[in-house]
Ligand binder design. Structure first.
Ligand code: ZN
Length: 321
């Protein structure tokens, strides 16, 4: 018999998450910065991981203020997944404050970033945004100049890159789970391929000239580029800055001139601006789109796949008529 002291020493040497499958085995603790990314990590991690999500359902990650509980979750995590592309401006400070030793994995690595359209008075001496000026988009004033649009998850092709990055990071952190992570990622990627085909088929039924989305902040750039939808947003790609009176007036003129039929609310932004635009233009409110966060479990968008399906249903019913 070994002594009690030796047994304890042996137990302490076993990493919390390691070891072969066993019902009572501890899961790999990981964190994800926001709910959509948290869903991807759950899909790939399956039973082997315990995911804590920092910005929860219907939360706005652009302007999130971390709590002490977030620091605790980060400190306990073995891997922290972030979107990157300037989405989580608060993460670096939080990670430092938490003292976490976790590897921070940027889930958008390898994605071709879409640049913010720059239509306002800031001239950076290059005409790099000329390709997508027609939507009337602009970047948020006073911050993140020349930076990328963070909303890469709205393209399903990009979602598959998130999934591959998550798979590779989980395998690196927990090599014993390699087969499980590989199989989970492959099965989920197949579902994303089916979803992509479904979205293309649904949007193809909307006449091209009707495929225009007005939302309060510019979260659908990647979606629009992937599926041929034009985007018009008064607030730019972050919710941090408010739309200027000039921007709102321009959009109101554009809606009237082009007879744009519907404007959309977002689950993460205040509805007031869109309600005002609807009132002043006579455009109808086409429903609520899920942009930067999932719904809670009772809502129609509690997973990424359900979120995309809900958005496409909302767009189809508002724009087809
Ligand atoms: Zn956003």
């Amino acid at each position: 018999m070994v002594s009690r002291r030796l047994v304890l020493a042996a137990l302490a040497a076993v990493p919390l998450f390691a070891g072969p499958a066993g019902a009572q085995e501890a899961k790999l603790p990981v964190a994800a910065s926001f709910s959509i990314l948290g869903d991807f990590v759950k899909q790939v991690g399956g039973d082997r991981v315990a995911v804590s999500t920092i910005v929860g359902p219907n939360g706005d990650a652009h302007v999130y203020q971390p709590t002490p509980a977030d620091a605790k979750n980060l400190a306990a995590a073995k891997v922290v997944f972030v979107n990157g592309l300037g989405f989580e401006g608060w993460m670096e400070r939080l990670a430092k404050a938490s003292g976490t030793k976790a590897k921070i994995v940027v889930a958008t690595a390898g994605i071709t970033p879409r640049e913010m359209a720059d239509e306002d008075d800031h001239d950076h001496g290059k005409d790099k945004h000329a390709h997508d000026k027609k939507g009337g988009k602009k970047e948020a004033h006073g911050h993140d100049h020349g930076a990328a649009d963070p909303h890469a998850w709205q393209s399903i092709a990009n979602a598959k890159i998130y999934v591959a990055n998550i798979r590779d990071a989980l395998i690196a952190a927990d090599p014993a789970g390699k087969d499980a992570y590989t199989a989970n990622a492959a099965a989920y990627t197949a579902k994303l391929d089916a979803l992509d085909a479904e979205v293309k088929a649904a949007l193809a039924k909307i006449p091209a000239e009707q495929r225009r989305i007005i939302t309060s902040h510019d979260a659908f750039g990647y979606f629009g580029a992937a599926y041929g939808v034009e985007l018009i947003s008064p607030e730019g790609v972050s919710t941090e800055s408010e739309a200027s009176a000039k921007d709102v007036a321009r959009i109101i003129r554009q809606i009237k001139a082009e007879k744009i039929p519907a404007v959309f609310l977002e689950n993460v932004t205040n509805p007031r601006l869109i309600e005002r635009i609807a009132k002043e233009t006579g455009a109808k409110i086409g429903g609520e789109l899920y942009t930067d966060a999932l719904s809670d479990d009772k809502g129609p968008a509690s997973t990424y796949i359900l979120m995309i399906q809900s958005n496409v249903r909302t767009l189809s019913s508002a724009l087809s008529s």
